[in-house]
Structure formats: structure tokens, C-alpha cells
Design a protein around this ligand. Structure first.
Ligand SMILES: Cc1cc2nc3c(=O)[nH]c(=O)nc-3n(C[C@H](O)[C@H](O)[C@H](O)COP(=O)(O)O)c2cc1C
Length: 175
């Protein structure tokens, strides 16, 4: 069993996937990981849609995201939020943070099960809502194509720990 940091380090955005179906119990584990996420006042402002139907997946693929992954993925996760259910403080909308945590739980669980994922934030929300009959006051925050990887990309660069971390006060470059 890999430890959590290994799974975090192993995750990549996968943009080439096999169309091999994912077993229903495996799919369920992904949403169980999301379900357990923390959230503002435990408000759990998320509703997920698992899209496996080929016609619906084709409509989502036309709404955006990396084309090859969106077209091949046997599962596309549609992460929906009810913004009013979460917190708003200091001009920050916490529903985005709640959603980020829950979706990343799902993504890391997928990684641990040998699945590839790609966060997609660049899509036409109206097209997604039309395709899936999502109510007007619900926001679609992310699409995540999920499938067995057909590529093994190298790790993308990250800022170093020395650059991102200071101790006991701001010692970073000016924003
Ligand atoms: C909130 C968010 C939105 C993203 N949107 C897209 C997207 O629309 N299309 C895409 O190809 N990748 C998207 N990505 C993936 C990033 O480009 C990727 O995470 C980043 O380049 C680092 O690469 P890695 O995930 O392989 O470590 C998104 C990632 C995040 C976290």
C-alpha cells in the first residue's frame, strides 16, 4: 500500500486515456473519497454527476477540456456546487475551496487505483448544464475525465520548498 505522499507525487494530469470501462465498485470509491472531504461548517455544498453514457460524454467533450481525454474517458465527473450553501467571508467564496478539496480527494483516490484524471476548468458551463439538465442556480466547477492512462508524462515543474515556505513571518518576494 503506497503512502499518501507517494500517491500525491505520482498523480499527473493525464490527457491520453484508454476507453477501457471502469468497474462500478471502483467508480463508487472515487465518490466515497469525495464524500469524506471537509467543508465550510460541514456544509458539503457539492453534487457530483458521473457521466458514463457515450452520447452524454460526447456532448461534454464538445464543451471543452483536452480533446483526446474527454473523448476517450469512460467516465467524466461533473463537479457541481451550490454556492449559497457554503461560506462567504473576507470577500472569499469558500464553495470553491470546498469543491477543490472534494475533487482532489477524488483525483488522489483515482491515482491510488491506477486511474488517470485531468482537472478541467476551461469549459462552456452552459453547454454542460444543457447536456445534463443542471439547475440554473447550481455552478459547474470542474469536469474530470477519468480513465486508465495511455501515457506516462513526466512530473511538471513545481516551485521549490525553499521558495514557497517561510517560517514565522513573510520572507517571500513581494507579490
Ligand atoms: C483548477 C484546475 C483547472 C484546470 N483546468 C485545465 C483545463 O481546462 N485543461 C487542461 O488540459 N488542464 C487543466 N488543468 C491541469 C493543469 O494544467 C495541471 O494540473 C498543471 O499543468 C500541472 O500539471 P500536473 O497536473 O500534471 O502536475 C487544471 C488544473 C486545475 C487544478
Amino acid at each position: 500500500m503506497a503512502d499518501l505522499l507517494d500517491i500525491i507525487a505520482r498523480r499527473r494530469s493525464i490527457r491520453r486515456m484508454k476507453d477501457t470501462p471502469i468497474a462500478p465498485d471502483v467508480i463508487e470509491r472515487l465518490f466515497e473519497a469525495a464524500r469524506l472531504a471537509p467543508s465550510w461548517a460541514n456544509s458539503q455544498c457539492w453534487d457530483f454527476i458521473a457521466v458514463t453514457d457515450p452520447e452524454k460524454r460526447a456532448r461534454l467533450a464538445r464543451a471543452g477540456g483536452p480533446k483526446a481525454a474527454m473523448e476517450a474517458a469512460p467516465l467524466i465527473v461533473v463537479a457541481c456546487a451550490r454556492p449559497q450553501a457554503s461560506g462567504h467571508r473576507n470577500e472569499l467564496d469558500y464553495f470553491m475551496l470546498d469543491m477543490g478539496i472534494a475533487v482532489e480527494h477524488l483525483v488522489l483516490e483515482a491515482t491510488s487505483l491506477g486511474l488517470g484524471t485531468c482537472w478541467v476548468g476551461w469549459f462552456d458551463e452552459d453547454m454542460v448544464k444543457d447536456a445534463l439538465d443542471i439547475p440554473a442556480d447550481v455552478r459547474v466547477v470542474a469536469l474530470v475525465p477519468v480513465g486508465y492512462p495511455a501515457e506516462d508524462p513526466p512530473a511538471r515543474a513545481r516551485r521549490s520548498l525553499a521558495e514557497i515556505l517561510s517560517w514565522n513571518g513573510w520572507q517571500h518576494r513581494s507579490p
